[in-house]
Unconditional design. Structure first.
Length: 78
């Protein structure tokens, strides 16, 4: 009898447990791409590296947003 009561109580408690899709402590996956193009000016880096990579990365499934920065000799995409 005690076993049956514990089983019924366990099932009841299990059904009442909250379920969350993404727990609050987890962060969504983030990828950073950094490319060095030494001695290239920021406009050249932007045109030849950053914009090309943004187009390729933006076409991937599941990408929600892209942040990029072009500086002298370096492109960074998040």
């Amino acid at each position: 009898v005690l076993s049956l009561i514990l089983i019924v109580f366990g099932i009841f408690v299990f059904l009442k447990l909250p379920v969350r899709e993404l727990p609050s402590g987890l962060q969504p996956p983030v990828v950073q791409v950094k490319v060095e193009y030494k001695s290239a000016s920021a406009p050249i880096v932007d045109e030849e590296i950053t914009q090309v990579l943004e187009d390729v990365i933006g076409g991937a499934e599941g990408i929600k947003n892209i942040d990029s920065k072009s500086e002298k000799g370096e492109s960074t995409i998040n």
